[in-house]
Design a protein around this ligand. Structure first.
Ligand code: GLU
Length: 229
């Protein structure tokens, strides 16, 4: 480990099964890039969605990484143990009016919303309050349509208008679990991650993460999205 280096990278697998080839590419790319820059490299277990966690999968992934010779530089963090932290950030976003409760189910959104390239676009139905006698299911982040642009080290300049391409997105799910988008932003900041090297399946989530990080006043990491296997 190199103390005090400005580079900190990470690999953040979800323990929904053993390490698969796609994840291994992300692990390799983030590891090699970190070491090439004399950086630190961390592993974070993204078990925020406990409905998808397979018992034993986290240990299995760590064992595989270890047996392949990967060496991580500090203690592994588990998202399932950070619920209080996520709740505090969510409370902050609710208090500032950036987040709001939403009563819509998926079915409501398919009726009122439109379908975009990234799925159904939330039409903002509960933005100004939950109508009538309905009750809150999720908490969403209020977005705007200013283009969010960033330079990705592999795929180049990317631009997304979140409000019209994605819509206000979920921060706390209907089942009470923190959404990945919130957990990943908080964790990357708390672990002082300077470089996020991961698979291109997450390229379309990056603008949302940058937007949320900006609202929270967090530093923006450099991103690199590797081609999918
Ligand atoms: N946990 C995510 C996955 O395994 C990766 C999240 C990230 O790298 O930001 O697909």
């Amino acid at each position: 480990m190199t103390a005090g280096t400005p580079y900190t990278g990470r690999f953040a697998p979800s323990p929904s099964g053993p390490l698969h080839a796609g994840s291994l590419v992300a692990a390799m790319a983030s590891y090699v890039h970190a070491r090439q820059h004399q950086g630190n490299w961390l592993v974070r277990i993204e078990d925020v969605d406990e409905t998808r966690t397979q018992p034993g999968a986290a240990d299995d992934i760590l064992h595989t990484l270890d047996s392949l010779g990967f060496e991580w530089d500090s203690e592994i963090i588990y998202q399932s143990q950070r619920k209080e932290r996520y709740a505090a950030v969510l409370a902050q976003l609710l208090n500032s009016g950036h987040a709001y409760p939403c009563a819509c189910s998926r079915a409501d959104i398919t009726i009122a919303g439109t379908q975009g390239d990234l799925g159904w676009i939330y039409p903002g139905s509960c933005r100004n309050g939950i109508p009538g006698d309905r009750t809150a299911r999720t908490i969403r982040l209020r977005t705007d349509d200013e283009p969010v642009s960033f330079y990705d080290l592999i795929t180049g300049t990317q631009v997304q208008r979140i409000e019209s391409e994605v819509g206000d997105f979920v921060l706390r799910r209907a089942d009470g679990y923190t959404a990945y988008q919130l957990a990943v932003v908080v964790d990357d900041a708390d672990q002082a991650i300077s470089h996020v090297v991961r698979g291109a399946d997450l390229l379309s989530s990056t603008a949302r993460q940058i937007y949320l990080g900006q609202l929270l006043g967090l530093p923006r990491p450099q991103y690199a999205h590797t081609p999918l296997v």
